[in-house]
Design a protein around this ligand. Structure first.
Ligand SMILES: C[S@@+](CC[C@H](N)C(=O)[O-])C[C@H]1O[C@@H](n2cnc3c(N)ncnc32)[C@H](O)[C@@H]1O
Length: 208
């Protein structure tokens, strides 16, 4: 992690303490545009690149780790990207409690923590309860995009989606505009894993 002084940009950071109900996207972005949410946005590489390529989209990054949130906010602020907001929160709780029904065009879930030990599987973000919530939040034809290097978690995720066959159809994974030629999602973790020649698994689902 960089040791440079991180700048704070209060217009980019959403404060959990200020939010006690369903958030109004037009209010937090200051405009009415389609909303994409990245779950576990890490150091913000996807958000920075995608927000540049898609200025007509409002991006919300939800990230649990404070140091990554601060790092991301610093990057977004320095690039003066007005179409990104970042919140430090548990995405499962935040989505369930603060994201409105049929308000989101796309969820991006890139390299979610795989929690490989069986006794930790219950911590995996992609599970029936969270998928139920994302289904509620997505607009009709809204998308969930997934990428991971973890074969077993990928298989697990496909099985979770199998239980939602009546709600989603499988579609081609279209790589984000901000990803480089050899990349699938263009995130920090993907860059690291590609250097290690790991296989990357992708999937995309459209709400029926
Ligand atoms: C393996 S990293 C991937 C980061 C980024 N998506 C990438 O590909 O570079 C997983 C990230 O998800 C965050 N995370 C894990 N569980 C989360 C949750 N429930 N809510 C929000 N963020 C979470 C972690 O803090 C971490 O930054």
């Amino acid at each position: 992690m960089s040791k440079k002084q991180l700048k704070e940009f209060p217009n980019i950071t959403l404060q959990q303490d200020d939010i006690d109900a369903i958030i109004s996207f037009p209010d937090i972005f200051g405009r009415k545009k389609p909303v994409h949410i990245e779950v576990g946005s890490g150091k913000g590489t996807f958000l920075v690149n995608e927000a540049k390529f898609q200025p007509q989209i409002n991006f919300l990054g939800i990230e649990w780790a404070n140091k990554y949130c601060r790092f991301t906010v610093d990057r977004i602020g320095r690039w003066a990207l007005g179409n990104v907001r970042v919140i430090r929160a548990d995405a499962a709780v935040f989505i369930a409690e603060h994201i409105g029904a049929e308000s989101v065009e796309c969820f991006h879930i890139y390299f979610p923590d795989p929690w490989p030990k069986k006794r930790h599987h219950k911590r995996r973000f992609v599970c029936a309860a969270n998928l139920e919530q994302m289904t509620r939040c997505l607009k009709k034809d809204g998308l969930i995009n997934i990428a991971t290097d973890h074969a077993e978690y990928f298989q697990w995720m496909m099985e979770v989606f199998d239980g939602f066959k009546d709600k989603f159809t499988t579609v081609e994974f279209v790589k984000p505009a901000g990803a480089n030629e050899n990349e699938n999602a263009g995130t920090n973790f993907e860059r690291k894993y590609l250097k290690e020649n790991r296989n990357i698994y992708t999937a995309a689902f459209r709400k029926i």
